[in-house]
Design a protein around this ligand. Structure first.
Ligand code: SF4
Length: 406
């Protein structure tokens, strides 16, 4: 009875998969021929990897018309989950064997995550202040796309791995927040914000349910008849067989924006990736950098805008102090070294999130007393008590009050 039930379930699942793939084929048949050149925005996560491997298989098997050119743009933030990076490299090798142009897209040195944070003093992203996605994902992708379009001489069809979570499906929104519905950080942004003069975007797996993504990565794509892809490693990175239960978001290791680092926490439970455990400390480092008043500057009262008017948000919290930047960089280097000591001993893939070139540049920027725009480094730290100024110029004498209470 049990196996019969399983067969019925397997049959239903297969039918649903066939339907999902069929809809993707129809979408590609309708919109694919509108452009001679296609590009795929690939982040290495579950949705964009499923999209990439499926589209390439559909082309190779003749189920959709081959474009004149296909370019795969792999977004490397330098903070990619190590197993996903390993899988991505295997897939890149396979793509190149098929003659597909694969380009690794990375932010220029000064705009990489840690160089920007420690070199300039910009505090880690958070719920209300998110600079990283634009800087390390969208801008480099747009720059590479601009170059590609310049060479090709015409707009491309940019294929993304956007998949609408079920709640978003109901109200027809694209998931822009990577914290919602297990979305992959950046994919919604590629879909919505890449310049329209360079590309039209298409999300051919928009309708796929998360269980179909896992099914494709674990059971279909690795088979020779579907392309023989190394996608099992991608599913494993999210927890292997249990992954089906999870709609985990994908993004950078230690992402300071996500409420939990589900993917990294899951991976380190597996013996082969346990050596990455020290990286679980990244989030605590970001949290301290954000919240320790001795690590942040505060703008003195009386800040004015370009027209000379007092700004609304007086005495705002600002950049990281030099001490915080040094501390943060050392913490990251210590975690990386701890992982790599184990990686060498166990013959595993090394962690490379902060390399000597980046460290040298951070030190150079700090030595040059580099601060974000409008800051000089002369401002007090947030730990210094200041009388509070309101936007109308009135002052609440906190300092006097505290002195008299003492
Ligand atoms: S995953 Fe997190 S750290 Fe990485 S770009 Fe997205 S929001 Fe920023």
């Amino acid at each position: 009875m049990k196996s019969e039930q399983q067969n019925i379930f397997e049959g239903t699942r297969r039918l649903q998969m066939d339907e999902s793939i069929e809809l993707t084929i129809r979408s590609m048949q309708a919109y694919g021929p509108t452009h001679k050149h296609w590009a795929i925005a690939w982040s290495g996560g579950k949705d964009s990897t499923a999209t990439l491997t499926l589209i390439v298989w559909l082309i190779e098997s003749g189920k959709i018309q081959r474009p004149e050119t296909l370019t795969v743009l792999f977004a490397d933030t330098r903070l990619e989950l190590v197993p996903l990076m390993a899988a991505a490299h295997d897939i890149m090798d396979d793509l190149r064997e098929l003659g597909i142009d694969v380009r690794i897209v990375m932010a220029p040195l000064d705009r990489r995550f840690f160089v920007y944070m420690f070199g300039r003093g910009v505090p880690p992203s958070g719920a209300g202040f998110r600079w990283c996605t634009g800087l390390i994902k969208i801008e480099p992708m747009a720059a590479e796309l601009r170059q590609l379009v310049g060479t090709l001489g015409e707009k491309v069809l940019m294929i993304t791995g956007v998949r609408q979570g079920e709640s978003a499906m109901r109200d027809q929104r694209i998931v822009m927040s990577c914290g919602k519905d297990g979305a992959e950080c950046g994919q919604g942004w590629y879909q919505e914000t890449l310049p329209a003069e360079l590309c039209d975007t298409l999300a051919p797996l928009l309708h796929w349910r998360v269980c179909h993504i896992w099914e494709w990565l674990r059971n279909w794509a690795p088979r020779a008849e579907y392309g023989d892809w190394s996608t099992k490693l991608v599913a494993e990175a999210y927890g292997g067989d249990e992954a089906e239960e999870k709609n985990a978001r994908t993004g950078c290791m230690g992402c300071p924006v996500a409420s939990k680092d589900v993917a990294l926490e899951t991976i380190v439970e597996r013996p082969s990736w346990a050596y990455l455990r020290p990286l679980l400390g990244l989030r605590a480092v970001f949290e301290r950098l954000r919240s320790d008043p001795n690590f942040r500057k505060r703008m003195p009262a009386g800040e004015r805008d370009a027209k000379g008017k007092l700004v609304k948000k007086q005495q705002r919290l600002g950049p990281l102090t030099m001490e915080a930047r040094q501390w943060g960089m050392q913490q990251v280097l210590t975690m990386q070294a701890a992982c790599n000591e184990l990686a060498v001993a166990q013959g595993r893939r090394k962690v490379d999130i902060l390399n000597p070139e980046e460290v040298a540049r951070i030190e150079e920027l700090m030595a040059a007393n580099t601060w974000p725009d409008k800051w000089t480094g002369e401002e007090p730290t947030a730990a210094v008590v200041q009388d509070q100024m309101y936007p109308d110029g009135s002052v609440w004498p906190v300092f006097d009050f505290l002195k008299s209470a003492a």
